[in-house]
Design a protein around this ligand. Structure first.
Ligand SMILES: NC(=O)c1ccc[n+]([C@@H]2O[C@H](COP(=O)([O-])OP(=O)(O)OC[C@H]3O[C@@H](n4cnc5c(N)ncnc54)[C@H](OP(=O)(O)O)[C@@H]3O)[C@@H](O)[C@H]2O)c1
Length: 282
């Protein structure tokens, strides 16, 4: 077996064809693009989760007209413990489930101290509690089956604390650390565990959080959801423990690890500082 710094170079690509993959947050943005590419390019069967069932139904019918993969939808509110348990129960009872992509997420933009506690709780529940609960439940089920993968979508904000998105960056740091720890625990098993670490993506998250008042959705700093999804699937198939899409994001990731932390934090504060005249809270 050919190894390089702990990475296994001789491993075959992860085969996704006819595998049943659960994608959370599939009703828009990255999750929707992932679902389309997994179905249409990889031939994977899908289980699509989100709160907006109408959007999931539309996506299912689009996929069904363009391919013959199986698509199921499950209306899930990940801020609710009951819905998270229902999703895990469904995974446990369907023996064909092979992979889980924890993609659903949300952010709030603005000075943290002026945000209400509901915003804080919402971000913590969806981005952190749900991801941890689903990851643990899923890995336990897959471990018993002896195969499968778990991919958690984090962010560049998992490595650089992002001012004015304080709740978000906290959850992404948490999920990155949690997933890395879990991956180490299971590295000698057939289960692949990894993270996808994008920078900005042109999705509704940027507009719904109000972040577009600072950085426009179509900024060249942000990549399209389609490009991000393609990089995500490529990284997954190659079993990359940490897949970062795009040269700019990879350079940023490398640079921010070596520059003095205070410089990096100050640059991030300047980049995200809300426009003058508003507190930026969305
Ligand atoms: N956009 C970026 O710049 C960027 C950058 C780095 C990382 N990311 C990460 O990429 C992932 C996807 O985000 P996106 O950019 O594609 O944003 P998006 O277009 O806003 O999509 C977010 C998805 O999460 C789902 N979601 C939100 N709250 C939920 C809840 N309570 N229960 C179930 N599903 C919920 C939404 O579905 P419903 O509303 O229908 O429930 C939606 O499908 C997130 O983890 C995000 O942190 C995004």
């Amino acid at each position: 077996m050919c190894k390089f710094f702990g990475y296994n170079l001789s491993m075959a690509l992860l085969e996704l064809k006819n595998r049943l993959i659960v994608v959370t947050g599939a009703s828009s943005g990255l999750g929707r693009a992932l679902a389309l590419q997994l179905a249409l390019r990889e031939g994977a069967d899908l289980w699509l989760c989100a709160r907006r069932e109408d959007r999931l139904r539309e996506l299912k019918s689009e996929i069904s007209t363009r391919s013959n993969v199986n698509v199921k939808i499950l209306r899930t509110d990940l801020s609710q413990a009951g819905d998270r348990h229902a999703l895990l129960d469904a995974v446990a009872s369907d023996h064909s489930v092979f992979g889980l992509i924890n993609n659903a997420g949300m952010t709030r933009y603005g000075p943290m101290a002026f945000m209400d506690m509901d915003a804080f709780r919402g971000v913590m529940e969806v981005n952190l509690a749900a991801v941890m609960e689903l990851s643990l439940g899923f890995v336990e089920i897959m471990y018993r089956r002896g195969e499968g993968f778990l991919l958690n979508v984090t962010s560049q904000a998992a490595f650089v604390p992002t001012p004015y998105q304080g709740f978000y960056t906290t959850t992404k740091h948490g999920v990155q650390a949690f997933t890395d720890a879990l991956r180490m625990e299971y590295r000698h098993t057939p289960i692949f565990i990894g993270t996808f670490v994008p920078g900005g993506i042109r999705t509704d998250m940027i507009t719904s959080s109000g972040l577009d008042r600072r950085i426009s959705r179509n900024s060249r700093l942000n990549m399209t959801a389609e490009k991000a999804a393609a990089a995500c699937i490529r990284g997954l198939k190659q079993r990359k423990p940490l897949a970062i899409p795009g040269l700019l994001n990879r350079a940023n990731h490398l640079l921010t690890r070596f520059l003095p932390r205070e410089w990096v934090l100050r640059a991030a504060e300047r980049l995200y500082r809300p426009p003058a005249g508003g507190n930026g809270s969305g």
